[in-house]
Design a binder for this molecule. Structure first.
Ligand SMILES: [Zn+2]
Length: 215
């Protein structure tokens, strides 16, 4: 009997059949939710929910199994291993790519200005700013375009992403950018934080200048 047949037969004959089916349905609903929602916080919620349900389903399935190592557990462990490896490695790989293709230097003055451990200045004339893991990247073009307080507003917005990045590992994957203006909850929260640090006018002026540049 192959692993799939074994899994189905064991499940059918088990008292855990109904709970396991319900958890599986919840899992697929969460996956579906992940793809249809637009907001990144909602996405994250569905993502974690799906993973928690998959994890809960493991012991439930295991209890109902007479097979030694069921297919589902193998698949889940494989998936979890690949995902975790990707999450850990991707910020590092992207940083290597940036270093080679664009080039950047650490800037202690900007680090002091916003109170973040690591701020890097990208060697490009296009105004850009984003967060990668716990590091902020801002371009030389952005520094040229903006006044001090506006730079502080941009950095404060990114600092919010650094602070927010620390909890869920998954968000390390995302390159949360300052552009464009978005109704995404995380972006709105980052803007609120920036207004507190650098003032509403500085943030709005920074956005106006960036919009004009790209218009
Ligand atoms: Zn942002």
């Amino acid at each position: 009997m192959n692993a799939i047949e074994c899994t189905i037969t064991c499940l059918r004959n088990s008292q855990m059949f109904i709970p396991s089916i319900l958890i599986s349905v919840g899992f697929f609903v969460s996956i579906f939710g992940y793809f249809i929602v637009k907001d990144s916080i909602e996405k994250l919620r569905f993502y974690w929910f799906a993973n928690v349900l998959a994890l809960v389903n493991m012991p439930v399935l295991f209890l109902s199994m007479s097979c030694d190592m069921i297919l589902f557990i193998k698949l889940y462990l494989g998936y979890a291993g690949i995902t975790i490896a990707m999450l850990l490695v991707s910020p590092f790989l992207y940083k290597v790519y940036l270093k080679r293709r664009i080039g950047f230097e650490r800037d202690a003055e900007l680090e002091r200005l916003v109170g973040v451990d690591r701020v890097n200045v990208l060697n490009t004339s296009l105004p850009k700013a984003f967060t990668l893991g716990n590091e902020i990247f801002i371009s030389a073009g952005m520094l040229d375009l903006l006044e001090n307080e506006e730079i502080k507003a941009v950095l404060a917005h990114e600092k919010f992403h650094v602070l927010e990045n620390k909890t869920p590992l998954v968000s390390r994957l995302k390159y949360l950018t300052f552009l464009p203006i978005s109704q995404d909850k995380i972006e709105v929260m980052a803007d609120e934080y920036a207004k507190k640090i650098a003032g509403k006018e500085s943030l709005e002026m920074a956005r106006r200048k960036i919009d004009e540049f790209y218009a």
